[in-house]
Design a protein around this ligand. Structure first.
Ligand SMILES: Cc1cc2nc3c(=O)[nH]c(=O)nc-3n(C[C@H](O)[C@H](O)[C@H](O)COP(=O)(O)OP(=O)(O)OC[C@H]3O[C@@H](n4cnc5c(N)ncnc54)[C@H](O)[C@@H]3O)c2cc1C
Length: 351
């Protein structure tokens, strides 16, 4: 009979799940004590949805991620990847980090037990977690890491503008170009890195106008001697340069910006032909009837004894030297935060 009880389970094979499996192995957990579950094993949303997005972190941090975990065996890759030769200080399209991570995924899959499945239900039994799949299989794990990612949030102003373009569609310039034409006035909600990329790409597509509704002011990341102001929320690199030139130094003639309040929305949104809500992300988790998966310790990733969260769905809260609170997001940070938490996770269970 196939084994269905493990010391550790990792749900999700995006960058955070990859790091979690690698770090468990680096900490001496035996490979056949680890169950790794994902429906695709294709580097998560980074590999599937954000391929064509230009990164807001440097190539250097991607190199450090790939080389930072021994179990990845990145030094023994059969051939170099494009990203290996990119200048470390540059940024790059995310497909260039997804490619080597797909190789790392295969390397790890050859070590641990994997299950191609979606976990539809999670429950706690005496001493272990029970993971149920959509096709009626069950697995047990003493300890479990959720690295299940997040999905874009939306708003509902369909009464003013019925035609919505999804963020995932909008973050891919060639797909976005197919959704719009030169007569379109497109509303974009948000002022984050994603919203600014979408606005820039819409204007490049030659549409009639973009109307941007925003709540928070635009923030720029500023590199200081030993820390970065607005490291997780501020605009960086090429996107920051574009915003400075097209919003602050000179307003792009086809771009209007309004604070996102009811008056402005009621007046301006009905004049738009399509709308894109780039308003952040929300945690994606399996269903659980006996544990609140949305309540986790922001400093340690602990959800419950033996249950931990990692990656974009469960980022660590960090404080800047000037007291700002931000959520630590990005591959390199997921790895470093998990490295910090792992000794704790190894000891924090019910057995
Ligand atoms: C537009 C955008 C740009 C970004 N740019 C950068 C960047 O430049 N640099 C950077 O470092 N980071 C960037 N990030 C942040 C982050 O690195 C990515 O969001 C990354 O994909 C998060 O990795 P993850 O593993 O946490 O989640 P995901 O990549 O979303 O992976 C989650 C995985 O879990 C699986 N899963 C979910 N639920 C279940 C279930 N119930 N059962 C089994 N499997 C499940 C999914 O199928 C998926 O494979 C960006 C994010 C976005 C949205």
């Amino acid at each position: 009979m196939a084994k269905n009880t493990y010391a550790w389970g990792v749900i999700g094979a995006g960058p955070a799940g990859i790091a979690a499996v690698g770090l468990l192995l680096d900490h001496g957990v035996r490979a056949n004590d680890i169950l790794w579950v994902d429906p695709h094993f294709q580097v998560g949303d980074l590999g599937g949805l954000w391929h064509a997005v230009s990164s807001n972190t440097s190539v250097q941090l991607f190199h450090e991620f790939l080389n930072g975990i021994q179990a990845f065996e990145y030094a023994s890759r059969p051939q170099p990847y494009d990203i290996d030769s990119f200048p470390p200080e540059n940024t790059c399209d995310l497909k260039y980090i997804a490619e080597p991570l797909q190789w790392v995924t295969t390397t790890l899959k050859n070590k641990v037990k994997t299950e191609v499945a979606t976990i539809t239900h999670l429950s706690r039994d005496l001493g272990h977690w029970t993971l149920d799949t959509g096709d009626k299989k069950s697995f047990h794990a003493d300890k479990l890491i959720l690295a299940t990612g997040s999905t874009p949030k939306s708003l509902n102003y369909a009464q003013y503008c019925r035609h919505e373009i999804s963020v995932t569609e909008a973050m891919n310039k060639s797909r976005l170009a197919k959704q719009v034409n030169q007569d379109d006035v497109v509303a974009v909600f948000g002022s984050s890195h994603s919203a600014m990329i979408i606005i820039r790409d819409l204007l490049d597509c030659g549409i009639k106008a973009v109307v941007n509704f925003y709540q928070s002011p635009i923030k720029f990341a500023v590199k200081l001697d030993d820390w970065i102001l607005y490291d997780n929320t501020g605009l960086k690199g090429e996107t920051a340069r574009w915003v400075r030139e097209n919003i602050f130094l000179k307003r792009h003639p086809k771009l209007k910006r309004f604070v996102s309040n009811e008056d402005n929305i009621q007046r301006e949104l009905p004049l738009c032909s399509q709308v894109i809500y780039a308003v952040g992300f929300m945690r994606r988790t399996p269903i659980s009837t006996d544990i609140n998966l949305n309540n986790y310790d922001l400093n340690t990733g602990i959800i419950a004894p033996g249950l931990f969260g990692a990656g974009i769905g469960f980022p660590r809260q960090v404080f800047s030297p000037m007291g700002h609170i931000e959520m630590n997001v990005g591959l390199w940070k997921f790895m470093n935060d998990m490295r910090l938490m792992m000794p704790l996770w190894l000891r924090y269970g019910v057995n």
